[in-house]
Design a protein around this ligand. Sequence first.
Ligand SMILES: O=C(O)CCC(=O)C(=O)O
Ligand SMILES: [Fe+2]
Length: 292
Amino acid sequence: MEYKNYLENDGYVIIDGFIDSQEIDKLRQAANDAINLTRTHNWPYRRVVGKQFPPWTDEDSPDSWGVQHLMHPDLKMPIFRQFYASDKLVELAANLVGCSPEYLQMELFNMLILPTRSSFNLSWHRDHVLHSADEQEERDALTTPHYGVQFNAALYDDSCLWIVPKSHKMVRSPAQRALSCETKPADNPAEMPGAIQVHLKAGQILFYDANILHCAQYPCTPPSPPRATLHGSYGDLRGGSHRAIGVLQHGLEWMKDPSFGDGPGHEMWEKLMAMYNQAKADDKLGKYSLNG
Ligand SMILES: O=C(O)CCC(=O)C(=O)O
Ligand SMILES: [Fe+2]
């Protein structure tokens, strides 16, 4: 499959017109409601400004750069789960993971938004490799299979993300390492050798390799145009507990409820529960990929 080749070779692939205009209107309405609930502190699960990686605590900062747990029944917005469990997304994700849809595992589904009080940037990072990793640790991480994929689906035009194409397979050069060895937010992403800014059009979906070197800028809105980018991941059952820390660090206890499991994507939910059990046996619960 062509998309899979791009993802493997470049570390990312952008697919045009994935969400049609009718669907986008409905998703935007739900997104706006979820964003308002979050900004008015009526939705406690959020990414807080000033903190890049989980765990996030509602008390930490009044401002937000993400809405967490879009499929949570308390949010009462079933449209998000319908999107996540839709045949078109599940088939595409399974193709990109390289497994049959029956092996696909339910994971994260969140939304990336912009702060309203002050701008915020992420540091250059790979999602599950420490900034301080030495060359050997980095090489080991870059040659270990992921058993999963992650995506950004833009409901509005979105230029927040910066990536270094092909870096998912390359150990950092000394200059790249110098700009990414600490969790300090990237003040000027363009300084990173090889970096490009990703410009997503509303309706496009981007899949990117968790090992690609990336960072993001979250300018204050307004004046910046809004961001509502659906951000999710899927795993492959055959990974066992390989993905457990990266996924469960987001706090998915609420997903264990069998009444949640009964909804759309039930088979994928069963795989998530299997990963939970395996993670417990492998002592991977309560751990985090990165700090900062
Ligand atoms: O804002 C983005 O698109 C990237 C977010 C990110 O890098 C992360 O959540 O680890
Ligand atoms: Fe990231």
